[in-house]
Design a protein around this ligand. Sequence first.
Ligand code: PMP
Length: 394
Amino acid sequence: MFAHLSPQPKDKILALMAAYKEDPRDTKVDLGVGVYKDASGNTPVMRAVKAAERRLVDEQTSKAYVGLAGDPAFSDAMIDLVLDGAVARERVAAVATPGGTGAIRQGLELIKLAAPDATVWISNPTWPNHPSIIKYLDMPMAEYRYFDEATRGVDFDGMLADLKLVKAGDVVLLHGCCHNPTGANLTADQLQQAISAIKDVGAMPFVDIAYQGFGDGLDADGAATRAIAASFDNVLIAASCSKNFGVYRERTGILMAIARNQDERDLAQQNLSYLNRQNYSFPPDHGARVVTMILTDPVLRADWEAELEDTRLGMLDLRQQLASELRRLSNSDRFDFLATHRGMFSRLGTTPEKVEKLRADHGIYMVGDSRMNIAGLNADTIPVLAKAIIDSGI
Ligand code: PMP
């Protein structure tokens, strides 16, 4: 049986992590894997998460199964966090999923059930798991232009031109905020134009929001998703709690399906529960329960929001420090895009050869497409990275 298996493509980021671990240089800098790290390189358990977990241990009286869609209180709290009333609650079907990845997977499977021939359009570039899962599900896929290699901003003309090629009934996958891997995001005006373009062709948006609170603030980061949700009859939204609650390994996420009316919502809800049943039955509960407790308890929520805001401002400060150090060393403003980008990542915009040179000569580890995890930096490593970038002729 297993002899018939063929090797699967290796995960490049995990390979990079392994290489970093083996590098003996004490000056090495890890800008690879997409996990938030504080100034000492730790990925902390957030204060409110610890407090909620303690309370859960004391108060939980049963570990019996919850429903196939997860705890309805989790759905309510997350729909409120992400959509903030942008669409009527009775139009929204939702299931808890194992992380944002699980939500993306279930959303794609729902599309497959409803419209097996629909093409899923993804940004070029995007988070590599998007094409990987779409290909695995054997769904038609196409790319729209997104990143301008010259400005390191959004290639908005290219994006709009490509959105015109989308067919009625297709799906356009969009990042809700903090685009991964580029860090480049649409302005509010560009978003409105993109919404119009997607409406004109009769396609459905699928929003992946994995970094709410990491860009311009918890509320501001939900604005694009809300604008999209309010503009279409049908929208899918995959939201991850991994980053903004720091509960990566608990696998906490949610898929929302916005329907035209309550009947359509009930049908979508029933299909989503069915999909959970086929794939893993009941979704993980611990992280979802912790998130629900935090979102619904005013004291925990205030503390969580404060810590998340500190995290966001810390990353913004690192961006500004790096951009200003590069401005000084290069005597130019060509790296100012780093301060304009938002979220945990920025695409530096250089060749795989230069990325390899940064690793070999300077012990700086970033993904081959030159994606840097900004949270991997600190006040000591910013000058090291800036000098290495200039010395490598980037
Ligand atoms: N979407 C994007 C764009 C991401 O970067 C991530 C995390 N790397 C996810 C979804 C989902 O992450 P998780 O499954 O860990 O919640």
